[in-house]
Design a protein around this ligand. Sequence first.
Ligand SMILES: Cc1cc2nc3c(=O)[nH]c(=O)nc-3n(C[C@H](O)[C@H](O)[C@H](O)COP(=O)(O)OP(=O)(O)OC[C@H]3O[C@@H](n4cnc5c(N)ncnc54)[C@H](O)[C@@H]3O)c2cc1C
Ligand code: SF4
Length: 227
Amino acid sequence: MPNMRMTKNPMPSQDPNVRNKNFKEVTLGYTEEMALDEAQRCLNCKNMPCVSGCPVNIHIPEFIKKVAEHDFEGAYQVIAQSSSLPAVCGRVCPQETQCEGKCVRGIKGEPVGIGRLERFVADWHNAHATVATITAPKNGHKVAIIGSGPAGLTCAGDLAKLGYDVTIYEALHLAGGVLVYGIPEFRLPKSIVQKEVDNLKALGVKVETNMVIGRILTIEELKDEYG
Ligand SMILES: Cc1cc2nc3c(=O)[nH]c(=O)nc-3n(C[C@H](O)[C@H](O)[C@H](O)COP(=O)(O)OP(=O)(O)OC[C@H]3O[C@@H](n4cnc5c(N)ncnc54)[C@H](O)[C@@H]3O)c2cc1C
Ligand code: SF4
């Protein structure tokens, strides 16, 4: 039987009198107990409206079911089929207008805390997992991606999982784009972005920083190497 509580489990966060004296992340993430409890609010709807609200169509009821079954790594592997940045998206995606905005539990109460569960699963994986994400065998094709913002990182992850040999060229000294130089530490810690970049590197993605394409290498030079 699903848990028919009308409200989401609240997200623990720093006490205001503590957080006004530091720049650390304000929200602290679900505990296992909170995640298990929240996952039980999902009705596992057959028509999956939440999935149509997700820009990358994560199999949301499937990953939430795995959470409810206490299979956190299984939940991560479901998310990883569609998203390469779950720890980032679980924190900064506007879920209220995307997946959660379409959740049927939101009609008479609060939607399932899909973003909070995604964040929990990604953080759990980053803290515990030893299992590599499944990728296709190498297909012999090389791809250059210019820019390591969320668009470039996502593209790199998707192509690496399909077996492409991917190199990202980033103008700045760190990968992440606006995720590292725009969104503040108290909302999205730099260490979380770095961990997602490391996960991509573990898939075989190479990241070349300090490479301003158009200056250090021209597009024509890239075409020669990758054409
Ligand atoms: C202050 C701020 C807060 C935001 N907060 C949120 C939020 O909470 N939630 C949300 O969903 N969205 C948020 N956004 C929007 C989100 O950050 C952007 O939609 C997203 O970063 C766009 O991703 P991108 O990969 O296209 O570009 P970018 O993140 O801009 O990345 C582009 C990358 O390409 C590199 N590059 C550019 N030219 C070259 C070149 N010639 N050679 C090599 N590299 C190059 C850049 O250095 C950069 O790293 C925020 C944006 C800002 C500015
Ligand atoms: S719409 Fe809400 S309740 Fe239905 S499957 Fe998606 S998350 Fe679960």
